[in-house]
Design a protein around this ligand. Structure first.
Ligand code: AQP
Length: 327
């Protein structure tokens, strides 16, 4: 049976990138396999953080998971720290499997931490925690955006190394690529990916809870280019290509080129992309507003998710400990 694990870290308000690259896909995948979808709050502490904001963002993310359509009767929705003991213990076993050199080679570490005086040790060991998250549940498939590819590859390497050294314990997971919008780019700086931890008033990111008029304004002001020709060219026309990819992903169109062929003007493309994004976000926002009225119900769902996750993860952790000689 296929088992899918993925997560989003609550380091900011979730963006359209998180939806098209992750959450929206989770909703489709929940019916295809045993799925564990986590709000990976332990990952949000690898850089400077505020405890109160982390709590708020974790709740917001959990509510968004449900609002987007994750059904707790179908998949496991869990807050990572609620099963933190299992994740932390397996992380240590992964740290005893990984090499410092391979952790130091991770792009996220190089970009966010290497050489800076107050870099947290956890930023370096983050991929060991991510490997533990994935391996803990016997995951066969990991749907993540392009940016996480390197971490999934390291997870595979660690699983293979562990199995070879200590005996077959872990399933070696495969990454599931997104067909389109694997990497949604920032609307103002389209050579960079849209990130949720960018400043809150950024025009470059669309947040899932942005009202329609804000979405339309951000789309109108999206950076494009001046040659006026609509065509897919990721290097030469990154802003325009980003809009085409967003429109294709938001409307379920498989070919970005087919979408491009329909347009002769940037203005119409921007308007249609804004409409398509609003059409995706409106039902989600309505459902979010309803769920947010009853935080106790969201807590109960998360508590049940934690119980199921604990049941799924405990045998893998026990087997790994046994294999390593600490069972
Ligand atoms: N711009 C993006 N396009 C497509 N997919 C994206 N993801 C993130 N940004 C984009 C996917 O969302 C999932 C959750 O990622 P994460 O929160 O664990 O870490 P991240 O990739 O570092 O996400 P952010 O939004 O960029 O967070 P910050 O700003 O904190 O670094 C992953 O599946 C990711 O691929």
């Amino acid at each position: 049976m296929r088992t899918i694990f993925s997560g989003i870290k609550p380091t900011g308000h979730l963006t359209l990138g998180n939806y098209l690259g992750a959450l929206g896909r989770f909703v489709d995948l929940q019916h295809e396999a045993l799925c564990v979808f986590s709000i990976v709050d332990l990952h949000a502490m690898t850089v400077e953080h505020s405890p109160d904001r982390l709590r708020e963002l974790t709740r917001e993310a959990a509510t968004l998971y449900l609002a987007a359509g994750l059904d707790p009767d179908v998949c496991v929705v869990v807050r990572q720290s609620a099963v933190g003991a299992l994740h932390a213990e397996l992380t240590y076993l992964m740290e005893c499997t990984a090499y410092v050199g391979e952790l130091q080679r991770m792009i996220q570490y190089k970009e966010k931490g290497r050489g800076r005086p107050k870099t947290r040790a956890s930023l370096l060991t983050y991929p060991a925690l991510m490997a533990a998250d994935i391996l803990l549940y016997g995951t066969t498939h990991v749907p993540v955006g392009d940016d996480q590819k390197q971490h999934v590859e390291l997870t595979r390497d660690l699983a293979v190394r562990f199995n070879r050294t200590y005996g077959e314990v872990f399933v070696v997971p495969e990454m599931m690529d997104a067909a389109v919008a694997a990497r949604v780019m920032d609307l103002q700086e389209p050579t960079k990916k849209m990130m949720k931890s960018t400043s809150d008033d950024s025009l470059g990111q669309i947040r899932l809870l942005d009202p329609p008029d804000v979405v339309r304004r951000k789309m109108r002001r999206a950076v494009t280019d001046s040659d006026g020709v609509v065509r897919v060219d990721r290097d030469g026309k990154p802003g325009l290509t980003n809009l085409l990819e967003i429109l294709a992903a938001a409307t379920g169109e498989e070919s970005v080129e087919t979408v491009a062929a329909r347009y002769a003007s940037y203005g119409q493309l921007k308007r249609d992309t804004a409409d398509a994004v609003v059409a995706v976000l409106e039902p989600l926002q309505k459902s979010y507003a309803d769920l947010a009225k009853d935080p106790a119900a969201v807590d109960a769902i998360l508590a049940a998710g934690a119980d199921r996750a604990r049941d799924l993860g405990t045998p893998y952790l026990a087997a790994a400990k046994e294999a390593m000689g600490v069972g």
